[in-house]
Design a binder for this molecule. Sequence first.
Ligand code: AMP
Length: 292
Amino acid sequence: MQVVETVDAYRKACDAIRAGHRIGFVPTMGALHAGHASLMRQASRAGLVPVVSIFVNPTQFGPNEDFDRYPRTLDRDLELCASEGVQLVFTPTVAEMYPAHSRTLVKVSGLTDFMCGASRPGHFDGVATVVSKFFNVTGPCSAFFGRKDYQQYRVICAMVTDLLMPVTVVGCPIWREPDGLAMSSRNRYLSPDERLRALGIIRGIADAERVFRAGERAPSVLLDRVKQSLVRSQLREDYVALRDPVELAALEGAERLPERALLAVAAYCGHTRLIDNLVLGEEMAPTLPGVV
Ligand code: AMP
């Protein structure tokens, strides 16, 4: 496995891989866990050469967010990449990704001013900008994104379409702990008590999913199921949203939900902000653990 730090070395290494193979690119912020590994495996299974970037991107963090204390575990991350058969890892510095006097921002409008975009102003501009830089140096590839960050996944799809980027975006299922908590690098912030209470998110989602499967289509009923679960677990709601899974158009005001609807949740557990979601009406439901 090759590990490179400069844009120049990374671009050359990607070109070399692409001479005979197709790249399966997995951008990450490190502190890797089984959710990240599942993206690498999906790339390999698709017959692609897995390539990973590890970069904690400062421009996607707000001034009062956790950029400084975001977990950085590079040695262990590289071990995980090696064990997943990754061939190339890009670990740039901030100066490498943001040349002095950087002044270009990629802004995807329409998809970024609600849900996580409303709570984290500027977040998706930072994400779209850094991901477009990664795509520019990686070159033509398939890029694997987790649907845990569902809004991010849709923003990247829109960016690739709008800017005619030679990238195929693949949205991958959410990888969960055995008790149902969506895996996240931020889960390590949770105290033992918070870790238990964090389950209120997936319990609420699973409850709403059961009701949806039984035929309920009133948005308010499903939203209430989730909100009640958050309250029961003493989680502070940031948002609970029902949206069209592709365009992210609001469905909260619909009289009756369509056959597929994104149910997305963000909530604070202590100081830690957690997100999770499910597309109601999709085949993923059986993989939801038996949470009650
Ligand atoms: P991050 O390192 O948090 O920026 O995440 C890097 C990529 O891994 C993003 O595409 C995330 O959506 C994805 N990811 C993070 N957690 C999970 C998970 N539990 N299941 C699937 N994908 C995930």
